[in-house]
Design a protein around this ligand. Structure first.
Ligand SMILES: [Zn+2]
Length: 533
């Protein structure tokens, strides 16, 4: 059966009349399904076509507000559509349920804002569940809330698995039909484990979507296919094969235009690049506008009217990472600190802030290729554009901190550093009353270091074990699940920069609940955290 979106959807109307009975992909019938969801009174009956409508052409439902029965998943309590950026998952889910006023959950305010601008009811899942991302969540938090009949959960692979388990159970037990849309190829959640494997097992209907609506050229589609779900090493190799030329910094600046976007993995090259590009902008493009990124120090300042820097004094409703454009003079005033601390230049972005963007022709994306630091950056870059010729590679700017000299490795010093950090984590766990049955030992850290090939598990840079106190390349031992302490099996190694991002991300979630995070962070520490993302 052909769906209205031109996708070949697997048929669930079998010969023996099982139409719409909630048959799972593995052939388990609806009786088992009910056993999974005791609180759902009618199983999936509410969404079944009447027998006389079975087999009606899909086009007949185009003008109707009812869900299209061409898509088999509209009859399941919990579906999971998995596919790359531009595969139309969320659009398809929204279209199928448009008559039932679905609510879309997003990971960021920016995505929610973009959805609302397209007429879709959307909010972040943090604000719906009033969950800060720090403490355990209990249902009393949303006692008197309107519960929508259908929830479309966008970018579900960015939600930590432990949180998703709790929220999905809560929704499904209330009879809410949930469609999860995600891409397992995306960077995993900053805090916590990826939910993909668990969700695939847990859902009643699973589909992998390979169609690609965003890509407009065959070369780009081929590259996307070649790097999806591949290791950083393969991504890097394929990307360099497809884009053989890597311009040196000076050469790159010569062809750069202010509307282009730079993708970098780390803060140091990003800040350095933006500084140099602004100098070039002032000289070579005095009349072109400068992009500014809204990055409020207090992340509660979102979805409110914000005064835009400039002589006109206009206000605009903004969320984190929104881009506005201003004149060169105004941008200089912003950099001089005359317009507060909530603005940053918007020429370059790091991986997590660019998620969900589409870069249209003739805008270009420059990938800053610093050879080792490519955690999923290649995949993310190709998912943002429409044509391969929009993508280019260039070298990192000269004088970046990341190339600062490093201390020589000294076994004794490294052991001391590990022991010191283990002690600090032990104290922090005890202060938070966290259980920790399998206490970490020195040899566990050495085994992890070997397993991760001495790379940060998030950004892939080489970790330092002997370092100057402020060097953000130093190792850091980070918990995977928040319910347990620093125990064997519950930790991974990150660089200090990624570890700070993780804490800052958890703190960002507090804006939904206005909770103070359980980890008492001083104003100075907080300032440092936001400086580091
Ligand atoms: Zn890192």
């Amino acid at each position: 059966m052909q769906s209205i979106f031109g996708l070949r959807a697997p048929s669930y109307r079998s010969e023996d009349g099982l139409a719409g009975l909630g048959v799972r992909r593995d052939g388990v019938d609806s009786i088992n399904m009910k056993a999974c969801y005791p609180a759902r009174p009618q199983g999936c009956a509410a969404y079944e076509p009447k027998p006389e409508h079975c087999g009606a052409p899909a086009s007949a439902s185009n003008d109707s507000a009812a869900p299209s029965h061409a898509d088999p998943w509209v009859s399941h309590a919990l579906s999971y559509l998995n596919g790359g950026g531009g595969s139309g998952k969320t659009t398809r889910a929204n279209e199928a349920f448009r008559g039932r006023k679905p609510l879309v959950f997003t990971p960021t305010h920016r995505l929610a804002k973009e959805m609302r601008s397209r007429g879709v009811d959307a909010q972040t899942y943090h604000s719906f569940f009033r969950w800060s991302g720090q403490k355990d969540w209990t249902p009393d938090r949303i006692r008197r809330k309107h519960i929508p009949p259908v929830v479309i959960w966008d970018e579900v692979c960015t939600v930590p698995r432990a949180a998703l388990e709790i929220f999905l159970d809560w929704l499904v037990q209330r009879g809410v039909q949930v469609v999860c849309c995600g891409d397992q190829g995306q960077p995993r959640p900053i805090a916590g484990a990826s939910p993909h494997a668990w969700l695939k097992e847990r859902c009643d209907y699973y589909e992998e979507i390979t169609v690609d609506h965003r890509s407009r050229c065959e070369k780009l589609s081929a590259l996307k296919r070649a790097i999806r779900l591949q290791s950083n090493w393969v991504q890097c190799k394929e990307m360099r094969k497809a884009l053989p030329r890597c311009r040196g910094w000076a050469n790159f600046v010569g062809v750069w235009h202010p509307r282009d976007l730079l993708l970098v993995t780390r803060k140091a090259p990003r800040d350095r690049a933006q500084k140099l590009l602004f100098e070039h902008h002032k000289k070579s493009f005095p009349d072109e506008p400068v992009p500014l990124l809204y990055r409020p120090r207090d992340t509660r300042l979102q979805n409110i009217l914000v005064p835009i820097p400039g002589p006109d004094m206009v206000n605009e409703e903004l969320v984190l990472n929104d881009v506005v454009v201003v004149s060169v003079e105004t941008a200089q005033e912003v950099l001089n600190g005359e317009w507060g601390k909530d603005w940053d230049l918007g020429y370059a972005m790091t991986v997590h802030s660019s998620q969900g963007l589409t870069i249209e022709e003739p805008q270009k994306v420059w990938i800053v290729d610093d050879y080792i630091q490519w955690s999923n950056l290649a995949y993310l870059a190709v998912s943002r554009v429409q044509y391969l010729h929009q993508l280019h590679r260039c070298c990192p700017p000269p004088g970046t901190d990341d190339h600062a000299p490093r201390l020589a490795y000294d076994e004794n010093k490294a052991c001391k550093n590990i022991a010191r950090k283990l002690q600090a984590y032990k104290r922090a766990d005890a202060a938070k009353d966290l259980k920790c049955n399998l206490r970490l030992r020195m040899k566990d850290i050495e085994a992890l270091k070997k397993k991760q090939r001495n790379r940060c598990d998030s950004c892939n840079i080489e970790l330092l074990w002997c370092y100057e106190p402020k060097d953000t390349r130093q190792f850091s031992i980070v918990r995977i699940g928040n319910a347990q302490g620093h125990a064997r099996g519950n930790v991974r190694l990150l660089c200090l920069e990624c570890s700070r991002k993780r804490v800052a991300a958890a703190f960002t979630h507090c804006e939904a609940t206005k909770d103070v995070p359980s980890e008492n962070i001083s104003v100075d520490q907080l300032q440092n955290l936001f400086d580091s993302i």
